[in-house]
Design a protein around this ligand. Structure first.
Ligand SMILES: Nc1ncnc2c1ncn2[C@@H]1O[C@H](COP(=O)(O)OP(=O)(O)OP(=O)(O)O)[C@@H](O)[C@H]1O
Length: 450
């Protein structure tokens, strides 16, 4: 057994067996474990004693299934002690409710019947969070757990990673919002890896890159003969994601008729292939993302409100890089090492003047832009230290108006740069403007390092 932690715990549950069992377990690991059967005593207890973590039942017998009473008590606790760490105890099957409790300010939740290890780990994590956040080592713990190296220890990123970690195991639908290049895809993979579905498929679908005609067959599959080119049965992306996670990127870009089709699939948890009339059940966890203001789209009736409610059980907002400047240098250093090793370059540090310029830059293309800038700089670098001129290469197209000459590639680069500028870095809109698919535009952005 590890060194016992300090810490004062309160358990509130009206089931005496639960109280006894939980107390027996927690007593071995915490300095003091109090328990209370009557929730009416909560205001008195939290006012007069300082508990580090409160384990609170969501369903007292007065109100067996709605969890409403649990929410009320959570509110009362937070009124008295806004910084209280409250872990909700909830019945299996009430996960959505527990997730709502987290939105309402709970720290975490544990499902009943519980596994001792899980209960202990959750209580210990809540305790450390409450008392020792500052002592934690710098890298966010989630990084190594998922195997995905998410760089960022700014307060806003810590909060994003914290929410991601907590929702990962719940199977709740997640909507990730953020500008292009802020890491939405990466975060979706991270959540998948941390979830119980981590070893099952993660299927990413860029809805902005699928043409309207292929939408249904791509997502739901088709049967042989459904249309001229359908020479054999084909499974869709939902089926490929069976037991795993489907990531629907650019969800804000699909037309109203397809929103209706998607909603039917999500409601019925079953897909019907094009050309078939048999619905096949699918078990997938849904993560969606968009860079658009989806609430506004819903208000303008361009996005179905009922679909929005389905997909946004949990919303995670990824802040743009310019709003988490603390992350710029760690990210730049990360990419420096990645590309120095990839291209076998001797460069290993950033010059002080470059550090300043990196921090001052606005990064409209967010982390993707920084990543490309660092890749290009590493390739062009000549010494051990990267200088501003390596990263902020004077790019003639930025200074000149469109018609610079007759070099085709240069003209293409020019046009794309102009379109990206005009659309404020919004890839979907720029692709539309240029008459390209998003995928085709991405390829060109990569090619020209834009
Ligand atoms: N926190 C991070 N740490 C390290 N790399 C990151 C981080 N966030 C994003 N990246 C990298 O930046 C690039 C862009 O990230 P990603 O594709 O996840 O962004 P996105 O928001 O999904 O972009 P888009 O909206 O354009 O599809 C990727 O190469 C990703 O690996």
């Amino acid at each position: 057994m590890t060194t016992p932690l300090q810490g004062k715990i309160l358990i509130v549950d009206d089931d005496m067996d639960v109280l006894r069992a939980a107390r027996l377990l927690l007593k071995r690991h915490f300095e003091q474990v109090d328990f209370e059967r009557n929730p009416q005593k909560i205001p008195y207890l939290v006012t007069n004693f300082e508990y580090d973590v409160i384990l609170l039942d969501m369903n007292f017998t007065r109100d067996l299934s709605s969890g409403k009473e649990g929410f009320e008590w959570l509110d009362r606790i937070l009124d008295v002690r806004p910084d209280a760490a409250v872990v909700m105890f909830t019945a299996y099957g009430d996960v959505e409710m527990a997730v709502r409790a987290i939105k309402a300010g709970a720290t975490d939740f544990v499902l009943k019947p519980w596994e001792n290890e899980k209960l202990l780990a959750t209580m210990q994590a809540a305790y450390s969070k409450k008392t020792g956040l500052k002592d934690k080592p710098a890298p966010p713990p989630a990084t190594s757990q998922s195997g995905i190296n998410i760089i960022g220890s700014s307060p806003s990123m810590m909060q994003v990673l914290d929410t991601a970690e907590r929702v990962a195991s719940t199977d709740a639908n997640v909507l990730i919002l953020g500008e292009n290049g802020t890491g939405k895809d990466m975060l979706a993979r991270h959540i998948h890896q941390l979830s119980q579905r981590g070893k099952k498929p993660f299927v990413s679908v860029d809805l902005g890159a699928i043409s309207e005609t292929l939408f249904e067959s791509e997502l739901f599959g088709h049967v042989k003969g459904a249309f001229t080119d359908a020479r054999e049965d084909r499974s869709g992306r939902f089926e490929e994601a069976a037991n795993g996670t489907i990531f629907l990127d650019e969800i804000g870009n699909i037309s109203l008729p397809f929103q209706a089709k998607l909603l039917t699939v999500l409601q019925n948890r079953a897909v019907t292939k094009v050309g078939s009339n048999k619905a096949v059940p699918v078990d997938v966890r849904l993560i969606c993302a968009t860079n658009r203001d989806i609430v506004q789209l819903a208000a303008q009736h361009l996005f179905r409100q009922d679909l929005l409610y389905r997909i946004n059980t949990i919303e995670i907002q990824l802040p743009p890089l310019r709003e988490r400047k603390e992350d710029i240098i760690p990210l730049a250093e990360h990419f420096l090492h990645v590309y120095a090793s990839k291209y076998k370059r001797p460069v290993s540090s950033l010059h002080e003047s470059l550090v300043q310029q990196l921090q001052q830059h606005d990064w409209p293309g967010n982390i993707r832009e920084l990543q490309h800038a660092m890749e290009r700089a590493v390739i062009l670098s000549q010494g051990k230290t990267l200088l501003p001129k390596d990263v902020f290469v004077k790019n003639p197209v930025q200074d000149q108006s469109f018609n610079t000459g007759y070099n085709l590639e240069e003209m293409e680069r020019n046009i794309i740069t102009q379109a990206m500028k005009k659309c404020n870095g919004n890839i979907t809109e720029a692709a539309k403007e240029l008459g390209l698919s998003r995928a085709a535009l991405y390829r060109r952005l990569e090619k020209y390092n834009i």
